[in-house]
Design a protein around this ligand. Structure first.
Ligand SMILES: *[C@@H]1O[C@H](CO)[C@@H](O)[C@H](O)[C@H]1NC(C)=O
Length: 501
């Protein structure tokens, strides 16, 4: 089938599809799980919609006449920026380079399609809102007669339907545009279909992030998990604490610069709005108490001083959990973050906390004794996490955490989302997290930064996120998955091929 898009975009569509697919439509056929990827009988539709009927009747689309318009009775109109922008974008994807190419005269077809009418039915169609975990992404598409009809309750479903429509358009050997008469009814299997980008280990220029959002939209993925800061650098420019990005990086780290390699408020807003126009949420991650080396450079006394032979060694460990200044700082920082990022959720990290520095520090030892923690450093970690979770709740935000926060018996709010990332026994972990009543996101089998020989995309495709022993109720708590592209060996030069091939 010939490209409906210009070339680089087509590559993304074909490649990315592998793991997005099973999050959308169950990889089953006649009730049997697919043994191996099969070529779709529906041409280039990806991910495969829930219900598809394509007839062998093809219609010509004359691009010079074709329009995408608001349907009669739609609750959306010209002030719905999300749709206006999508109409323009999808027209360009389909016909941009060849818009004057009309059907050659005298060819056989079952008619001409000259319009796509997009109708939103919900009173609260969310045109002027941000997508959320509760957004309705369902839609119906009917391609039949002169005008095709796309119907969705909310604007997010219309975006998914426009993507599907664009995938149905193809060109024949003369270059004429065609679409078959088609009926589609679709909704995603999982509400959270994410990609994690890591901008601390290598800075990613804005345009690479925006390009990733485009590719996500082609695959109907809807969450950018922005792992924005970590040990190596703190590229988020905070208004409250500008020293964090000014000072954060190791001067020898050539992948970072405090003037050019940062995300300003404007940059962040641009990512969030670009994502919103594509129905994608942006969830920032500010990981603590570990993974915070870079924070310590711009915020004095935030990290725990490590000791050696009874004296401070000059090195630092995780965030210092025993001083009030830490929590005053965190309150101010998360208060800002909560306002800059509109999503209900912030990812608070909580993974891989190294206890050796805490163990070396006599003040920490004293604090542990006073609080009856004994020598159980998990209890100290829990104490810290508890304060941070309290701060987030007081700011009206929900939170996501890495699985250790659950594993170390923290008291977390019932609506916490636990991200299961450890490679071993992730099915067992999904069982435990959901048995305790928490929502879970699976990322363990999709660490795309691990490269291996051969076609590893097939392995990603075969993973079934609900393949753990658990009740139906437990399975409902698995709200989706994330493909993680950690940044140790990824920068602007190789991100796109590594993420989407
Ligand atoms: C679309 O219609 C053409 C022309 O009849 C037919 O050859 C093709 O198989 C149809 N495509 C699908 C996916 O049914």
């Amino acid at each position: 089938m010939i490209s409906v898009r210009f070339f680089p975009v087509l590559c993304l569509v074909l490649a990315a599809a592998s793991y997005a697919h099973s999050w959308y439509k169950s990889p089953e056929k006649d009730g049997q799980p697919l043994a191996a990827p099969e070529p779709s009988p529906y041409g280039s539709l990806w991910p495969l919609p829930q219900e598809v009927q394509i007839s062998p009747n093809a219609m010509f689309i004359p691009p010079a006449e074709f329009t995408i318009v608001h349907g009669e009775g739609s609750t959306a109109g010209a002030d719905c920026l999300v749709l206006q922008d999508a109409f323009r974008r999808y027209f360009d994807y389909m016909f941009g380079l060849l818009r004057l190419k009309d059907a050659p005269k005298g060819l056989q077809s079952s008619g001409r399609l000259v319009q796509l009418q997009v109708t939103l039915t919900a009173k609260d169609n969310e045109c002027h809102k941000y997508p959320s975990v509760l957004s309705d992404e369902s839609y119906k598409l009917m391609v039949n007669g002169d005008a095709a009809v796309l119907e969705a309750s909310q604007v997010w479903g219309a975006l998914r339907g426009l993507e599907t429509f664009s995938q149905l358009v193809y060109q024949d050997s003369t270059g004429a545009f065609l679409i078959n008469k088609t009926q589609i009814s679709d909704f995603p299997r999982f509400a959270h279909r994410g990609v994690l980008l890591d901008t601390s280990r290598h800075f990613l220029p804005l345009k690479v992030i925006l390009k990733t959002l485009d590719a996500m939209a082609f695959n109907k993925m809807n969450v950018l998990h922005w792992h924005i800061v970590d040990d190596p650098s703190f590229p988020y420019q905070s208004e409250t604490f500008p020293e964090l990005s000014n000072m954060s990086a190791d001067p020898h780290l050539i992948t970072y610069h405090p003037l050019t390699h940062i995300y300003t408020f404007i940059d962040v807003r641009m990512v969030i709005e670009y994502a919103r126009l594509r129905g994608i949420r942006v969830i920032p991650e500010f990981d603590t108490p570990g993974h915070t080396d870079s924070w310590g450079k711009g915020q004095k006394d935030l990290l725990t001083p490590c000791y050696k032979d009874g004296a401070p060694s000059g090195t630092f460990g995780p965030v210092n959990p025993i001083v009030n200044d830490t929590y005053a700082f965190m309150y101010k920082l998360f208060n800002e973050i909560g306002k800059v990022f509109p999503d209900k959720y912030v990812h608070l990290g909580g993974d891989e906390v190294n206890f050796s520095c805490w163990k070396s520090n006599p003040d920490i030892t004293k604090f542990m004794a006073e609080h009856g923690f004994g020598t159980d450093y998990c209890k100290l970690e829990s104490y810290y996490i508890q304060q941070i979770l309290g701060i987030m709740s007081s700011l009206g935000k929900g939170y996501m955490v890495w699985q250790e926060v659950f594993d170390n018996h923290n008291q977390i709010k019932p609506d916490t989302i636990v991200e299961v990332w450890k490679g071993e026994n992730y099915n067992e972990e999904l069982y435990k997290v959901t048995a305790a009543g928490f929502s879970a996101i699976l990322s363990a089998p999709w660490y795309l930064d691990y490269i291996s020989y051969g076609q590893d995309w097939q392995r990603y495709y075969r993973i079934e996120p609900l393949n753990f022993n658990g009740t139906e109720e437990q399975k409902h708590l698995v709200i989706g998955g994330e493909a993680c592209l950690w940044g140790e060996f990824v920068d602007a030069s190789n991100l796109t091929p590594r993420l989407w091939y």
